[in-house]
Design a protein around this ligand. Structure first.
Ligand code: PEP
Ligand code: MG
Length: 325
């Protein structure tokens, strides 16, 4: 089976009715790029930069970040690399609390990700500079985690504009048209995805957090694990709303949470209209195999039927049955 999958490395992820699907890899450190390339990924859909900041007393400066980002870009020539800005806090704490992440009672609802970056711009600005500088060397996309309100996005856009002006003045190269994406992982952002779409170049659905926040289950608390359900109708509706908002605004919608790399859900997600999947490199070929066997027209009808079901157990049964085809 492994040999059979390996042969798919160089084949394209295209459905039987010839719809191209992008399969990208999630990475945490520049060294993970090898696995992504070996799996034949179309690029990096999620580079979790916070791992550069963890397990050390001081955060990396602009130069160190720039070197890490360009290393990833240069090892995947011509392929898109989606660099997510810092998602520290909650499940990804730093040592020493230099980043201002004091232990709070509800870290997942606290000062994390874009909130922390906007709270402490001395942490955010060097990263924005490093990402923009790296954008001169390849197809870099920038992505903002944990957006919950428009005001955060506007503040980020202002900071990016300021950083671009600084670099211009200093005659440092960058891509002025670097695509900016927003992670849709807070229910508020999914429900109002249309309000964010007009200011962004793409969406990426973060199902790990979206499920945590929608179902009110702490993703690191084993005691409530059993409630974790990507097929919960509320989760599916939020995913669908986000994909539809992206289509309306003509911006691509990706998914980079665990759900995107779970072969049980590939057909449903295709049917809901998802066109870009980003996942751990280990599951990429299996997902590619499903994409190549899929007929998008049929799956669109399948997904429509699933969204009409009124019984969660039936949703599970039907999705499981379909995934055995
Ligand atoms: C997510 O929340 O689905 C996601 C991809 O981000 P992370 O797992 O890093 O929070
Ligand atoms: Mg997340």
């Amino acid at each position: 089976k492994k040999r059979e999958l390996n042969r798919l490395r160089t084949s394209r992820a295209i459905t039987r009715d010839r719809h191209r699907v992008a399969l990208l890899a999630n990475i945490e450190l520049p060294a993970d790029v090898r696995a992504a390339a070996q799996a034949g990924a179309d690029g990096i859909g999620l580079y979790r930069t916070e791992f550069l900041f963890m397990n050390r007393p001081e955060p990396p400066n602009e130069e160190e970040q720039f070197r890490a980002y360009t290393k990833v870009i240069k090892s995947l020539p011509g392929k898109p690399v989606t660099i997510r800005t810092l998602d520290l806090g909650a499940d990804k704490q730093v040592d020493g609390g230099r980043a201002g992440t004091a232990i709070t009672v509800n870290p997942a609802l606290g000062l994390r990700a874009v909130r922390l970056c906007l709270h402490d711009t001395s942490l955010f600005r060097p990263q924005l500079r490093a990402i923009l500088r790296a954008s001169a060397f390849g197809k870099v996309r920038m992505m903002i985690p944990m957006l919950s309100g428009q005001e955060e996005l506007f503040q980020v856009l202002d900071l990016i504009e300021e950083t671009k002006s600084d670099l211009k003045r200093e005659r440092i190269k960058f891509n002025p048209k670097i695509p900016l994406g927003g992670m849709i992982e807070v229910p508020a952002a999914a429900i109002s995805a249309d309000l964010f779409a007009s200011h962004l170049d793409f969406f990426s659905i973060g199902t790990n957090d979206l499920i945590q926040y929608t179902l009110a289950i702490d993703r690191v608390d084993d005691a409530v694990n059993y409630l974790y359900d990507p097929l919960h109708p509320s989760v599916l509706r939020l995913i669908s709303i986000t994909i539809q908002a992206g289509k309306q605004a003509r911006i691509p919608v990706a998914m980079c949470g665990e759900m995107a790399g779970d072969p049980r859900y590939t057909q449903l997600l295709l049917g809901l209209g998802l066109s870009e999947f980003s996942m751990h490199p280990a599951t990429l070929l299996e997902v590619k195999k499903i994409v190549r066997g899929a007929h998008l027209g049929q799956l669109t009808r399948f997904a429509r039927d699933i969204m009409k079901l009124r019984d969660t157990r039936e949703i599970h049964a039907r999705v499981e049955k379909q995934s055995r085809h």
